[in-house]
Write a protein that binds this ligand. Structure first.
Ligand SMILES: Nc1ncnc2c1ncn2[C@@H]1O[C@H](COP(=O)(O)OP(=O)(O)OP(=O)(O)O)[C@@H](O)[C@H]1O
Length: 970
């Protein structure tokens, strides 16, 4: 395969290769003089509290000894983690990585020649040996490579770094080192003491004093952090000048000294003599454990940073950090106050970065909570600047440079000063969110447990651990968040708990799809028993008072019709299915946005905040953090790959998604997938959905009411009772159709993957299928008329074709023998009196092959047969459960606690009638007849009924009619 290179290019590559080999040979020769070289990418600084990323970042650290280094093998750089810190070591920044080095050879020979001339010229990447430090000035200096020539390089290449009074990186200077001490004299403003772990037991006072160039400037990445990795600052009063130095010195004289050492895989131990202050501190550490054999305390590494931080505050204690741990990650707070970056000026930079005449263009992008990347065209000038950054890292795969956020101000300052270079800065939202990392101060990583003592204990104790975390996240963010947990993970319970935490600021507004408004009201009463019965107000018409109660629940569509009332602002607002607001132009969005911006707490809930493109997130981000992207266009440019078209701007694309994700997770959104928390979930999660009564027509309501009245009066014969019941059940089906279809459409709008819908009556199944066809939703249908031969192929189609979204199934004809585990949601459009049938139907999805927790939604309508069927089903299941015959307990797993017939005599009569007909000890033959009668009734369409209110009988096929009659005669 041709290389595609010109002869000239090949020649230059070969020339550079030769140069590199020469340099290596020279370096090796120097090492043979006793020096140890650390090669490979620099050690990266850990941002405070960033334990998670630390390991990953430390993977880049490579220590190489002369004996191990093979100049011809790139693998040489994957060398040996230096355990023996017997030498001062200079971290040779060989252009960041092997790849970087190769690149340098061809791209930046001047830089490379600098390295050639000064093979140990690594100003900002130092490692050191405590032992040798102790022996500073001893014979081993010959082995040291601590020479600071970086200033020369900086001054030569990069004017921005010229000022020697403001060296870009502090240098660790050996007291006994002639060059170092000289440098020290000129730069020393004060002193910071560090203690080495390995020498802590024998440290002398003088050993504990180290001078840094600027006490208030944290050591940059690279070797400085590496150095600090084995050092611990003893005081937090940085910047106090010589007084500080004296104080530190004095402290070192009168302290209990000790060190941290590893204890097993994931714990550390503190080896130290008795100190009362320290023991008191130990006792406060959550993971504390005392090893009686060793008589030492040990703790989880999770608590390491906070322990070191707290130990540093103790005046009578000096604790050396763990070997190999980065002290940079432990220092925080006041140590950095003197070096606080002016975030305002960075924000200003965001607005004024345009340099239209620039030749080289690029942009900064966040790539993790700690690092950002600069995507830019080639420029030797720019690469030169990059190489001066302590925390630089070159990714060979992406061919991009990245840096710690704390280097951002410095890097941008220099890049901005280059006339030919234009670099788009990080967005304001990122600067604001990651100000702590940029300023090198502590950033919060662990979410603290919120004090929920003001909230009803019922809900608090019911929260699953991940739900509790969600609540903590919300409270940490002052009640403004997008809770984007997967469907069925209990966003409702979390939202209610968060809102209840801010109860003093109620009245509360809940905006939800109309189909679930009543479910919300139920859920509030279920989880907050302290609420009085009248405290929920479900808005059913535009004329209702939006602030009538403590908790007001309104649908999106009604909200937009209540604009006059919206002037009364709510302090706490919950938006369920917040992606309904994704289109800024819709009336619902325009009604909701001002409300959300004015509210103090905004709790957005959505399992699918964006379904196809980042543009859909804009309104939700703006609702939670209005200051982040005040203008849609700037969001569009950054994250939607906005393009100017002849007709205007196109925001349908996507760009910088990694940054967007990090930003969302840091400041706006918490999202857990079912698979993340599966171990905390039950196998099935049932939910009762109270469908909206206005979905039921006035005519249906009147018919149902008349039927109920007749039943309450009682019938002459059992046959009449049964007829009446089945008719009532049939009327219920008719009445629910509209709401059921609406609910299914909402599920589809939410982007639910695949789900099963069970219904009993033909009219219900027909209506669902008709709507699916209308909306071009691919589906299968299995009912009594589906030939057995076809059933399996339909199931197979649903299981294996991604296009198949809904399976519409008959409760009695498809509740057994089918595997439909591709779905993890089962919706019951209708109830059925026999819970066995329901549970079998649920198990079409909940069976072998199902890897997820199955969500089950029972749609129930008030004022219908459901009022009696639902409690009856629960009762039956409870009895079976108590007898050990069923694991399934509806009462515990579904929101059903206060859905039972009111103790009114009329309802009691009807309930008894249901019980008699559907529950009394009927034998198997009865049950079969009942099912058959129900089946036969299921075929009625809306124009026919078994027997209508006028007493006319229905028209069904003669055999079915016979069966029904048989049933009624029993
Ligand atoms: N901690 C809990 N204890 C008891 N039941 C719970 C708990 N968390 C959730 N549930 C139940 O799980 C079911 C699903 O919860 P919920 O409806 O809140 O999920 P969701 O995340 O809002 O789902 P969707 O996105 O479908 O609206 C409900 O019946 C709810 O009562």
């Amino acid at each position: 395969m041709s290389s595609g290179l010109t002869e000239e290019q090949k020649r230059r590559i070969e020339e550079n290769r030769q140069k590199a080999l020469t340099r290596r040979a020279e370096r090796l020769a120097a090492q043979r003089g006793g020096q140890v070289v650390i090669a490979g990418p620099q050690v990266k600084e850990q941002s405070p509290g960033s334990r998670g990323n630390l390991k990953e970042e430390y993977n880049h650290v490579r220590f190489i000894t002369q004996h191990q280094q093979n100049p011809n093998s790139p693998a040489e750089q994957k060398s040996y983690l230096q355990k023996d810190y017997d030498h001062y070591t200079a971290n040779q920044q060989m252009a960041g990585s092997h790849g970087e080095q190769q690149k340098n050879c061809s791209e930046d020979s001047e830089q490379a020649s600098g390295i050639k001339r000064f093979p140990t010229t690594i100003p900002n990447s130092l490692s050191y040996s405590h032992k040798h430090y102790v022996n500073a000035g001893g014979q081993e200096h010959g082995q040291q490579a601590l020479i600071n020539l970086g200033t020369f390089q900086q001054a030569k290449c990069y004017p921005a770094f010229k000022n020697p009074a403001e060296p870009s990186h502090p240098r660790l200077i050996d007291n006994g080192h002639p060059d170092g001490s000289k440098d020290l004299q000129s730069q020393n403003k004060s002193a910071i003491k560090y203690v080495s772990p390995s020498s802590s037991a024998t440290l002398s006072d003088s050993e504990m004093l180290m001078n840094t160039s600027r006490p208030t400037e944290r050591e940059g990445g690279g070797g400085a952090s590496q150095a600090s990795g084995r050092m611990q600052k003893l005081t937090n009063s940085a910047g106090a000048g010589s007084n500080f130095e004296a104080a530190s010195y004095k402290k070192a004289n009168s302290v209990t000294k000790g060190e941290c050492v590893k204890y097993g895989e994931d714990r550390f131990q503190v080896k130290i003599g008795y100190n009362a202050e320290l023991i008191a501190l130990f006792k406060k550490i959550p993971s504390k454990s005392y090893d009686p054999a060793m008589k030492k305390w040990n703790f989880s590494l999770e608590d390491y940073s906070s322990f070191m931080e707290a130990a540093n505050q103790l005046s009578s204690v000096v604790v050396a950090p763990l070997e190999g741990e980065n002290a940079g990650g432990l220092t925080s707070g006041s140590h950095f106050i003197g070096s606080m970056v002016d975030v305002k000026s960075l924000l200003k930079m965001c607005k004024t970065w345009k340099k239209p005449s620039a030749l080289v263009k690029g942009k900064c992008m966040l790539i993790s909570r700690l690092r950002f990347e600069v995507d830019i065209g080639y420029s030797s000038e720019v690469i030169g600047v990059f190489k001066q950054m302590d925390s630089r890292n070159y990714d060979m795969n992406t061919r991009k440079w990245s840096f710690l956020l704390e280097d951002y101000p410095k890097l941008m300052e220099v890049l901005q000063s280059l006339v030919s270079v234009e670099v788009e800065p990080l967005p304001e939202a990122v600067i604001q969110t990651f100000a702590a990392q940029i300023q090198r101060s502590t950033s919060q990583t662990d979410i603290p447990d919120a004090d929920l003592s003001v909230v009803d204990s019922k809900i608090v104790t019911s929260l699953m651990p991940f739900q509790r975390e969600g609540v903590n996240f919300a409270i940490l963010r002052n009640g403004r968040l997008l809770l984007a947990d997967d469907m069925g993970l209990g966003k409702t319970i979390q939202a209610i708990c968060i809102a209840a935490y801010y109860r003093k600021e109620w009245p509360l507004l809940v905006v939800a799809p109309s189909s679930v408004r009543f479910t919300w009201a139920e859920a509030f009463h279920r989880w907050l028993p302290s609420l009085s019965p009248g405290s929920t107000n479900v808005i059913v018409s535009g004329k209702d008072n939006l602030t009538a109660s403590l908790i007001n629940i309104v649908s999106f569509d009604l909200l937009s019709k209540m604009d006059k009332q919206l002037k009364s602002t709510f302090q706490v607002v919950i938006i369920d299915e917040s992606h309904f607001l994704k289109n800024i132009k819709t009336a619902r969005c325009q009604a909701a946005m001002p409300l959300l911006k004015a509210a103090r707490r905004v709790i957005l809930l959505s399992g699918t905040p964006a379904m196809s493109r980042p543009a859909e997130l804009y309104t939700q981000i703006a609702a939670v953090q209005p200051a982040f992207f005040p203008h849609y266009h700037s969001f569009g440019l950054r994250y939607c790959d906005a393009k100017k078209m002849p007709w205007g701007w196109d925001y349908s694309g996507s760009s910088n998604l990694t940054e967007l994700k990090i930003l969302l997770e840091e400041a706006i959104m918490i999202r857990r997938l079912k698979s993340d928390v599966l171990s905390q979930l039950p196998a099935k999660q049932r939910k009762m959905v109270v469908v909206a009564p206005e979905g039921i027509s006035a005519k249906s309501k009147a018919v149902l009411a008349a039927e109920a009245k007749r039943m309450a009066k009682g019938y002459g014969s059992k046959q009449q009772e049964k007829e009446a019941l089945l008719l009532f059940y049939n009327r219920t089906a008719e009445a629910k159709i509209h709401s059921v279809v609406e609910y299914i459409l909402e599920l589809l709008e939410r982007g639910n993957d695949k789900f099963l819908v069970f219904g009993h009556h033909k009219i219900v199944l027909d209506a669902i299928v008709a709507e699916l066809k209308k909306k071009h939703v691919e589906h299968i249908r299995i009912d009594g008329s589906t030939p057995s031969a076809e059933r399996q192929s339909l199931c197979h189609k649903f299981q294996f074709s991604e296009k198949q979204v809904v399976a519409v199934l008959s409760l009695t004809a498809a509740n057994m023998g089918l595997t439909l585990s591709a779905a993890d949601l089962v919706v019951f459009a209708e109830l059925f009196w026999n819970p066995g049938v329901l549970i079998q139907a649920e198990d079409r999805a909940h069976r072998i092959g199902q890897t997820s927790s199955v969500n089950v939604h029972y749609l129930v309508a008030r004022g219908t047969a459901d009022d009696y069927l639902w409690p009856m089903i629960q009762e039956k299941i409870k009895v079976l459960g108590e007898a050990g015959l069923s694991e399934t307990n509806f009462s515990k797993t579904a929101e059903s606690t206060n859905y039972c017939p009111k103790p009114d005599p009329k309802q009691k009569t009807i309930y008894d009638l249901f019980q008699r007909t559907f529950s009394e000890n009927r034998d198997d033959a009865d049950e079969v007849l009942l099912l058959e009668a129900a089946d036969a009734c299921s075929e009625f369409d809306s124009g026919s009924a078994l027997q209508d209110t006028e007493g006319n009988t229905c028209s069904v096929s003669p055999p079915k009619k016979r069966r029904i009659e048989e049933f009624f005669k029993v």
